[in-house]
Ligand binder design. Sequence first.
Ligand SMILES: [Fe+2]
Length: 257
Amino acid sequence: MISSDESFRVIQVTDCHITERAEVRVFDMDSHASLVRVLRAAKRRDWPPAFLLATGDLVETGSECAYRRLRRLLEPLGVPVYCLPGNHDDPDIMSNSFASGSVRTVRAFGFGAWRFVLLDSVVPGVHGGHLDDGALDELDGLLGGHEEVPTLVALHHHPVAIQSAWMDAMGLDNGDDLFARLDRHPQVKAVLWGHTHQPFEGERRGVRLIGSPSTCRQFLRLRDEPAFSDEPPAYRRLLFHPDGRFETELCWVDAAE
Ligand SMILES: [Fe+2]
């Protein structure tokens, strides 16, 4: 842990889609090998981070076996990895698989001068996301009483349209409800997500809105039908400052690495 007057770096990885075995490919690729390459690049450029944020679709089919395989990759990193679930995850199996050790599912935690709140927007059996009243009340509770602490809220599904019809049909279906709650808590500086396998940067009432590409394959942007892009795997680097400012940058990892 660092003191509250120091800056610190965080790495976001998302949509790793790890399968049970190397032979089981996803998006016509070895997603495990891709994550290995991404982590190797992160170790060369940005190590050590304070922690990793893993924002869902960590495995392809939500099986214990796939989570074990992912854990074997993340645990030796020697830094905490905080995970939230996506539509390809099974939230219960995921939290049981990550119940102890350095890879964890948590709702909220503080680091340095900042606070991080991780939401579960998964609706069982469908690809789109939703935050029910219970989840929104819980969010209110986690943010309440911390008005002085700059906060990042992370979830899997995109809460705003990204101008891609097929992807927007499976975003968070009540982004307005989320923003209505966030409007009550001026300490929220950013909302961060995965799911879309493409970058996004926007802003709403002083809150930065940030989407990140996958550690495996990306989708073409601004398309109404699904299509892969030839962009490489990626992770996101975030640098948080004690005064509530932060900087962020995408780090693409090409095959040569
Ligand atoms: Fe995904």
